[in-house]
Unconditional design. Structure first.
Length: 622
């Protein structure tokens, strides 16, 4: 063993120990390992920095942006709600549904692209099902690799072994040659993943607990019964409410309802570029034809108001509305709701709601009052505010943020501008879906290299407004994962450059060549499986495929089970987070530690390996 090889293996062992301890950030460990490889002269500076120019790293950044667009447009929420209806709220059914859906996509799209598409959907699904995202995201990453075993294009090692066979004069592999053994691998892998993740993954994190304790927009809407009290009516021609300011109409006194917001279309001359204007209703607000009025009050009162004024009631049944309340009804990127608390010395205490000046000073409406566990929702103008009340307010996010700065009288719960940034732009969801499908189609058809297809999709997410700005796009990127992968790729290069990988593979054949063919098959499988923890699955397959072929020919058996062992083992890498981009992609969102991967991934990798060694000779006789 040469000195460079020994140093490389020692650095690898040291990095592994620090990863497992969890006391040092994983990206810092990766960067320190990279620096030491340069200082010891094992890699040149250019070689050490090559990881950050690697197409995989660039593609990961683009995929984070694409995933951000899917999340911010509400597309993830829509898809997750359909999956939730399909699977129900049972965690095991959800887990199986997520894994099977991911595997189906992974059969045709790279595992990195598959996880990027599914990640925001699964995070949203976990939130809807009120379970920790960490219970689903690691299985998601593993399922993307399992799906790659189903087709020839599912993962690069499949193509490598097909090319190795062809170059040696054997018939090549067809598109579905992998499907029979791939289905078995998928079934066994899914069952083992469900069992291990249920037993070993943390049930909830502190972050998950904090999110459950905080009140989301949906939580506020449910608690204050917005679904039962917020209705839309549209102004029709000749309506008596048209062209008059609201102060002259005296609607609250006559009908016991309040108009809180008006939405109208602009740029009517160009139907392709219509935009929606939102206006918080105030005393001087004038109503126009075709305006949609958001009316707050009881259903019967709203119906009476609409009938008396020639308005079309757009929400007819409260039962249907309450079951399908959408965030866009009461919040958008322009307007929203928030809860405020009174300070002990607040000047609002004992004032009537109509005398608080919320509308006049801040253009903000008070929609409800929570008092000692009860909710006051109607005819609030004559209600006197008391200390201990919580008020539900509605207005533009900028006005709510302005109110948040007035800390003498009230305290706004949460951060209005941060909440505004998280409100999904549902009207952009079809555009995000189209961009996502375009990216998947380009990757399947291989029109461009995968990294180019991803970058096109990422740019389109910004250009079309699915992400509001480049700054927002940068915020979607998890830089810890990027630095981790970029910093560990040079370690893979060092292992190959110093000859450690070649030495291991040569020793394997020389030691096991004289034993039973099954023993050699197991040796090839588990050595490949071990090495793929530290070098890319493609490099691993390139290294081991010719060795497996020559070993099989040397002992006079079919090379097929040995080459399939190389392909499957190179792809089934679960035990460490930096071994594959999907593992790294979900690490931050799932709040996993290095040891979480070891606890779940290592048993899965070993048990699946044992099953494949036993089953490969059944599908491909020796």
């Amino acid at each position: 063993m040469t000195t460079p090889m020994l140093i490389t293996l020692c650095l690898l062992a040291g990095a592994a120990i620090l990863f497992m301890s969890g006391k040092v950030r994983s990206d810092l460990v990766a960067i320190c390992s990279l620096i030491l490889l340069v200082l010891f002269g094992i890699l040149s500076p250019a070689e050490a920095l090559s990881g950050f120019a690697n197409p995989v790293v660039i593609m990961m950044m683009g995929l984070f942006v694409v995933g951000g667009g899917i999340f911010h447009t509400g597309l993830a929420r829509m898809a997750s709600s359909r999956m939730l209806r399909l699977a129900g709220a049972n965690e095991t059914r959800l887990l199986i549904t997520v894994m099977l859906a991911t595997s189906a996509i992974g059969a045709f799209v790279s595992n990195t692209g598959t996880v990027a598409v599914m990640l925001p959907i699964v995070v949203s699904l976990a939130a809807s099902a009120q379970i920790s995202p960490g219970r689903l995201l690691m299985p998601l990453a593993f399922a993307s690799s399992l799906g790659g075993t189903l087709t020839l294009i599912g993962t690069p090692p499949n193509l490598v072994i097909s090319e190795t066979l062809t170059e040696a004069g054997f018939p090549g592999l067809s598109f579905f040659s992998f499907t029979p053994i791939g289905l078995v691998c998928l079934i066994v892998g899914t069952l083992l993943t469900v069992l291990l993740s249920r037993l070993l993954l943390p049930k909830a994190s502190d972050e998950a607990g904090r999110k459950r304790r905080s009140r989301s927009l949906d939580d506020l809407a449910k608690q204050y019964q917005l679904a039962q009290n917020l209705f839309r009516v549209q102004v029709r021609r000749h309506s008596p409410v048209m062209s008059k300011p609201l102060r002259e109409l005296d609607i609250p006194e006559q009908y016991k309802v309040n108009i809180i917001e008006i939405r109208r279309r602009s740029s009517a001359k160009n139907p392709f570029f219509k935009t929606l204007q939102q206006e918080i209703a105030g005393p001087a607000t004038v109503i126009h034809e075709e305006d949609i009025l958001y009316v707050y009050g009881g259903f019967e009162q709203v119906k009476t108001f609409a009938a008396a004024n020639g308005l079309e009631l757009l929400d007819h049944q409260t039962a249907e509305k309450s079951a399908e309340l959408q965030t866009e009804r009461f919040a958008s990127h322009q307007t929203g709701i928030a809860e405020v608390l009174l300070t002990p010395n607040s000047r609002l205490i004992n004032l009537l709601v109509k005398h608080t000046g919320f509308r006049e000073r801040y253009q903000i409406n008070i929609l409800g009052i929570q008092r000692k566990g009860e909710y006051l929702l109607h005819q609030l103008k004559e209600e006197r505010i008391r200390f201990g009340d919580a008020l539900l307010i509605q207005g533009t996010w900028s006005n709510i943020a302005r109110l948040a700065q007035e800390t003498y009288d009230v305290v706004v719960v949460g951060q209005p501008l941060d909440t505004a940034a998280s409100v999904p732009m549902n009207h952009k969801a079809p555009i995000a879906a189209g961009i996502m499908l375009l990216m998947v189609a380009l990757m399947i058809l291989e029109v461009f290299p995968a990294v180019v297809s991803v970058m096109i999709a990422a740019v389109l997410m910004v250009v079309t407004g699915c992400l509001r700005s480049m700054e927002e796009a940068y915020k979607t990127i998890n830089w810890e994962s990027i630095v981790l992968i970029g910093g560990m790729i040079p370690m893979s290069a060092a292992i190959e450059k110093t000859g450690a990988a070649a030495l291991l593979s040569e020793q394997l054949v020389s030691v096991l060549g004289g034993f039973d063919p099954i023993v050699l098959l197991a040796g090839i499988y588990f050595t490949t499986s071990l090495l793929t923890l530290f070098i890319s699955n493609t490099a691993c397959a390139v290294l081991f495929a010719p060795i497996a072929l020559s070993a099989a020919v040397h002992i006079g058996v079919s090379p097929l089970p040995y080459l399939f062992a190389v392909s499957i083992a190179a792809s089934m890498c679960f035990a460490v987070p930096f071994s594959t981009p999907p593992n790294a992609l979900v690490m931050s969102a799932g709040r996993y530690t290095f040891m979480d991967y070891v606890k779940v991934g290592l048993p899965l990798q070993l048990l699946l390996g044992a099953a494949m060694v036993a089953l490969l000779p059944v599908f491909f006789p020796l």
